[in-house]
Every structure is written in C-alpha cells, then in structure tokens.
Design a binder for this molecule. Structure first.
Ligand SMILES: Nc1ncnc2c1ncn2[C@@H]1O[C@H](COP(=O)(O)OP(=O)(O)OP(=O)(O)O)[C@@H](O)[C@H]1O
Length: 362
C-alpha cells in the first residue's frame, strides 16, 4: 500500500485541444476509502485509468510513495481494478475466478484457499463457488468481479469504476456495507467512482468531487454538505441542492433587493455576490423581517415539506416540518442563518454571512 501522488497530471485525448482531465496535483492517502464523485463525462474513468496505468497522462508524473510509476505498465503497479461490467473467465468456476489473481502472483496454496473463502463468504458467494461463471446472472457475475478485485491482501489500491451498476438495487446496500467491512479488514486504499451522491456519501471516508476535468472540493461527507467551497458542490451534493440567490454587498451589509440579510464576515469589496444557503437551513415565516418571497408550490415528502418560493425571479426552496401549512400564492419571508449561509463570486466561495448586529433586517 502506498500514497498515490499526482503531480501536475492531466490528460487530453485530442493532442491538447481539450482536457478530459485538467492538470492537477493531488494525493490519495494510503488506507483511506475515497469516493470519486461527478457527473457523466467529467473525467472520472480517465483519472482511474491513469492511476492503474491503462492511460499514460499527457502531462505530469504519478508516484506511488516515492516511486515514479508514470511509465510503469499496469502489470507493474500492483493495482486491482473493478469495472462497471463483469470481467471474468466465463468457463472457469467462481472459485477459480476468485483464485486467479492470487495464483497469478504465486501465493501459497493454503493462503489462496483462505482468501478465496473469506471473500466468498463476505460477498455471499459460498453456494456458487463450484458454478461456472457463465451460468450466473450479470449481477452475480459482477459480484464475482468485485471479489476478484478484493481478494489480494497486498495491493497499492483497489479502483472501483461504478461497480454496482448492474447489481440489483436491493443488493446494492448490502454490498456497499460489505465493501466497507472488507475495507476495515484489509486497510486497502479504495477509490470508488460513482455519479450517485448517496452512494458516495454513504461509502467514503473522503469524497472527491470532480467536474469538467477538475477537482472542485474534497472532504468528509458532512464537510461537503455543510461547507461547500464551490457552487457546483452546493448544487451537486444535497437533495435538492443549495439555493443560490443574487445579492449585493453595500458597505459591509449583504442585501437581497431592499432587504439586508446579514453583514459580511470577512473583508470583501462591494458589488454583486451570490448567496448560497441549503433548503435545510432557510427559515421561512409568514411575517417580516426577512426577504419577501412568493410561495409557488409545496412538495409534501411525508417526513418533511419542501416549500418552493420565488424571490423576484429566483427560486428558493425551504425545507420545513411536515404539515407546515404554507399554500401556493401566499407571501412569505425568508431568513438566512449566518453560520449556514455562504457568499460566492465566480462560483467560488469568497465569504460568509455574519449577523447584522442589531441593525434592522429589512
Ligand atoms: N477514448 C477516448 N477518446 C476520446 N475522448 C474520450 C475517450 N474517453 C473519454 N473521452 C472524453 O473524455 C471526457 C472524460 O471522459 P471519462 O470517461 O473519463 O468521464 P467519466 O466521468 O468517467 O464519464 P462517465 O460517468 O460517463 O463514465 C469526456 O468528454 C469523454 O467524452
């Protein structure tokens, strides 16, 4: 196991006209479980393939601890990779498929048997060990592929590229917790690619959010939710995502239209700003003070309500207790709590909202 360090690593498939992965410097620390999260086409698979050696980056160097592996082929990197679809020897039994990566590396026979049985038991494959892989449904085949990726105890990292896509939804939860269990057991460095935030947030110690070939933010799930440093992270994490409301800094006061919503916690020049606040933290009331809003609709979610409003032309959602009593077309007032409201310029967080310190809120 090793720290995997990318130094100025970037990749272009078209000779430098566009970057599938913009040059980045980043370290994957040993023994951590990472989720690499981002929308389709943002560069996740490219990044994974650079780590495993399937792609040589256009620029930059990659190190496993202090060893420069940029020009080392996949076979010399000691990486296990699990793809979105099963990669198995179809004529081999499940047992032999699981044993293959160990036999290939000349593990002792008793250790092979022990590891295969351990992984098979964890993944619920015991009753299928003698079955030919061809005779399994695609979901089971994928679980065997997962097992092949996890069977070696000593690997630099296990890379998983949307490994549960073909698996039955009911099994996904179980498998994800099995993966966590295996991670706790082996201390593998895991990098788990997904475009599904729930999958990422429930699986990882650290989530790395990628968009348009660049890392937007990396952190623990709660950090990404509570303290997004980029508008993209605000939108992409959370359901629904963060509200963004245009405002203005005048002196040290932040205004939305005529309403003062707070003061500026840090030193920021006056001018336009975007105010980001999650639906969970927007406070909605029937009476001022606050930013005047028009209620446009209610989603009754059972455990809570989502009250949709408009501030001028801009939609703002407030999450309230179930049965909040708001109705479409009524006027409401919104308040943005200072410790949960952020200011953005050029999509990047530039500051925080602070209390008004006794000054009038409207
Ligand atoms: N072999 C290739 N040749 C040319 N362009 C490619 C190739 N592979 C990927 N790309 C482009 O590089 C960009 C990043 O693709 P990549 O597959 O790494 O993204 P991704 O985040 O893994 O997407 P998905 O979630 O859809 O798999 C995309 O614009 C894609 O079209």
């Amino acid at each position: 196991m090793a720290d995997i360090r990318l130094e100025g690593v970037g990749h272009s498939y078209d000779g430098g006209t566009t970057w599938a992965l913009k040059p980045m410097t980043w370290t994957w620390r040993t023994s951590r479980a990472y989720a690499l999260l981002g929308p389709s086409g943002c560069g996740k698979t490219t990044l994974l393939n650079i780590i495993s050696g399937l792609i040589t980056p256009t620029v930059g160097r990659i190190f496993f601890d202090d060893r420069d592996v940029t020009d080392v082929p996949t076979a010399g990197r000691n990486i296990a990779q699990v793809f979105q679809f099963p990669v198995l020897y179809e004529e081999m039994s499940v047992y032999d498929n699981l044993a293959f990566p160990l036999r290939n590396r000349k593990y002792p026979k008793n250790e092979i048997d022990q590891r295969v049985r351990q992984v098979s038991q964890l993944l619920g494959l015991d009753h299928l060990l003698r079955r030919r892989s061809r005779r399994l449904d695609p979901g089971r085949q994928q679980i065997v592929s997962l097992g092949r990726g996890l069977v070696r105890s000593q690997v630099a990292a296990v890379l998983l590229d949307e490994p549960l896509t073909v698996v039955d939804p009911a099994l996904k939860w179980t498998l994800r917790s099995k993966l966590k269990e295996i991670h706790r057991d082996t201390g593998h460095t895991l990098i788990y690619v997904t475009h599904d935030q729930t999958e990422a947030l429930t699986f990882a110690d650290e989530v790395v959010v990628l968009n348009d070939g660049a890392i937007m933010q990396a952190g623990e799930p709660a950090e990404l939710f509570l303290s997004p440093s980029h508008e993209f992270v605000g939108h992409f994490i959370g359901s629904p995502g963060m509200n963004m409301v245009p405002g203005e800094i005048v002196g040290d006061v932040v205004r939305v239209g005529q309403a003062a919503v707070g003061s500026v916690a840090n030193d920021l020049p006056p001018g336009p700003v975007r105010i980001g606040v999650r639906p969970e933290f927007v406070q909605i009331t029937h009476a001022s003070p606050g930013v005047a809003a028009q209620v446009t609709g209610i989603d009754r979610m059972g455990a809570y309500d989502l009250v949709h409003t408009r501030v001028g032309e801009h939609p703002v959602i407030a999450r309230t207790e179930a049965g909040s009593g708001y109705q479409p077309d009524v006027e409401a007032f919104l308040r943005f709590p200072p410790d949960r409201t952020f200011l953005f310029r050029d999509q990047v967080r530039c500051g925080f909202l602070a209390p008004l310190d006794g000054r009038s809120a409207t």
